[in-house]
Design a protein around this ligand. Sequence first.
Ligand SMILES: Cc1cc2nc3c(=O)[nH]c(=O)nc-3n(C[C@H](O)[C@H](O)[C@H](O)COP(=O)(O)O)c2cc1C
Length: 188
Amino acid sequence: MTLLELAGKNRSTRRFRQNVRLSRKQLMEIIEAARLAPCGANLQLLRFTPVWEEELCSRIFPHLNWAGYLKEWDGPAEGERPAAYIIIQMPVEERRHFPVDAGIAAAYMTLAARESGFGSCMIMSFGPGPVSHEAGSPEGYSPFMVIALGAPGEEVVLEEARDGIEYYRDGRDVHHVPKIDIKDLVTR
Ligand SMILES: Cc1cc2nc3c(=O)[nH]c(=O)nc-3n(C[C@H](O)[C@H](O)[C@H](O)COP(=O)(O)O)c2cc1C
């Protein structure tokens, strides 16, 4: 598969096959992609917290907010919740490069996960205090992003954005993600 094909398949997944568990070793292989990613001044100050235990996953889940555009949906139900998480931890002080670094690391990790057959969703709408309380953070760090992971349990398709950019689900429960045409993205 080419990188573009992988990127095309790498849609945010919000419903999983919860009973397909990921091991710590599998999460470490995904985090290895973040280790190889570029970062500002090569500082490498982000930290990554893998969460694979069923019980800890269930304590993190209530603090995450899902799919703001799907107003009628309360998030994944029991049985379709993430089977693992990777929490990107950011230094509380001196945050200049770090949000960019975190985005790059997240992109690398979600692509690595997809290559291994796992779906993922980057989540920035969450309670950092409770997530830190449950999963822990190194001294001087707080959670910046939570990446939810698991075996995909939903169909997600790309489509050309015609009537706006809000994702939606159709009558067959397929999740549609409108993307703007490349000619409307480039400036010359
Ligand atoms: C920085 C960032 C923050 C996001 N935060 C959330 C979130 O809090 N909850 C959620 O359900 N999805 C979240 N997403 C997923 C986006 O909604 C998703 O990327 C977007 O709808 C496009 O779909 P796609 O990832 O399949 O291309 C986030 C994505 C990014 C890149």
